[in-house]
Design a protein around this ligand. Structure first.
Ligand SMILES: CC(C)(COP(=O)(O)OP(=O)(O)OC[C@H]1O[C@@H](n2cnc3c(N)ncnc32)[C@H](O)[C@@H]1OP(=O)(O)O)[C@@H](O)C(=O)NCCC(=O)NCCS
Length: 296
């Protein structure tokens, strides 16, 4: 097993400017995530960092072996009526992703934003950027809107998702359409290891403690049985997963609790009706209960 990378999160200083610029440049040049396709010029980056330091705007970086490997900044929207808001930007160099650095950066920056007295943190993210959207949702950001076709990179369009987090306790509850989209994206449950991970930690992160399931076979499955079955399935190179899911319908049961029903066709022949009870715990969608009933 590889050793976990050791990183520190610190507020940026001008001594980090070159490292910060290199990190931004590297992520920008991936041409997939940021609104600029290479790092901004030296003078602009310097002014940006100086302004953030001077205004006590949260701007933290992650350092590994003296190299700046990521950043998170929450900056001014530069208008009096938006003075209670901040705009969030974040990035981690590709080879350092998936090790908790992004989450640590954003949590640190949000804490500083709160201490500064900000009330609302907003951001925009490309719709295809599922890792970032998942991270934001996990930390309590909600989708507020979408700018269709607002992004065009090398002739390819993407939509821009507007998200926000409010510290004042007022929830920007997304409408049912948004929730349906989020939950459909996770169904059929446990069939998306590439999206939601294949380790014990990843699987448990998707299941409530009280989880149980009644399979289409009529068998009752506990959380432990489901975990063991999934670990075996995800590690089997010959496992085939052919399915089609349709006829989704969503019912809100209570705050952060939803019933999702749909039809599942497996191996092109096995038709079942599915019901999942979804619960959002600390911004993370988890399955509380699942049932399948054979139709044909
Ligand atoms: C978004 C980004 C900053 C996340 O940083 P990271 O260090 O890879 O993230 P972490 O390892 O801390 O993971 C934090 C959370 O992000 C989400 N996430 C990370 N990788 C994911 C993936 N491949 N698929 C789905 N979710 C993912 C998960 O919610 C994860 O939490 P969990 O581990 O508890 O499940 C990083 O992917 C990145 O720099 N991307 C390119 C730049 C970018 O997209 N910036 C944002 C523009 S709006």
């Amino acid at each position: 097993m590889e050793d976990k990378v050791v990183y520190t999160i610190v507020p940026i200083t001008l001594a980090h400017l070159d490292g910060f610029r290199a990190a931004v440049d590297s992520v920008a040049k991936e041409k997939q995530y940021l609104s600029f396709l290479e790092g901004p010029p030296y003078a602009m980056s310097k002014e940006f960092v100086e302004e953030n330091i001077k205004g006590n705007w949260p701007h933290v970086i992650a350092i590994v072996d003296d190299i700046v490997v990521g950043w998170c900044d929450i900056t001014s929207l530069n208008r009096p009526v938006y003075a209670h808001c901040g705009e969030l930007g974040i990035g981690v160099i590709a080879s350092y992703r998936g090790q908790g650095i992004g989450k640590a950066l954003i949590i640190d920056a949000l804490r500083r934003a709160k201490e500064k007295g900000l009330e609302r943190i907003e951001l925009t993210v490309f719709e295809k950027n599922l890792p970032a959207i998942t991270l934001y949702q996990q930390l309590g950001f909600f989708v507020e809107g979408k700018k269709n076709g607002a992004v065009k990179i090398d002739g390819e369009y993407d939509n821009l998702i507007c998200m926000a987090l409010r510290f004042d306790g007022v929830k920007n509850e997304p409408n049912d359409k948004e929730i349906l989209k989020e939950l459909k994206n996770r169904e059929p449950i446990f069939h998306h290891p590439d999206k939601f991970g294949r380790t014990e930690h990843d699987i448990l992160n998707q299941i409530c403690d009280e989880f149980w399931e009644v399979g289409a076979s009529g068998n009752v499955y506990t959380k432990e049985v489901v975990l063991a079955t999934l670990l075996e399935r995800y590690n089997d190179p010959n496992y085939q997963d052919i399915w089609e899911a349709k006829d989704f319908a969503l019912t809100r049961i209570a705050q952060d609790n939803y019933l999702l029903t749909y039809t599942l066709i497996q191996d092109k022949t096995r038709l079942t009706k599915r019901s999942t009870l979804w619960r959002r715990e600390n911004g993370v969608w988890k399955v509380l209960y699942h049932q399948g009933t054979i139709v044909s």
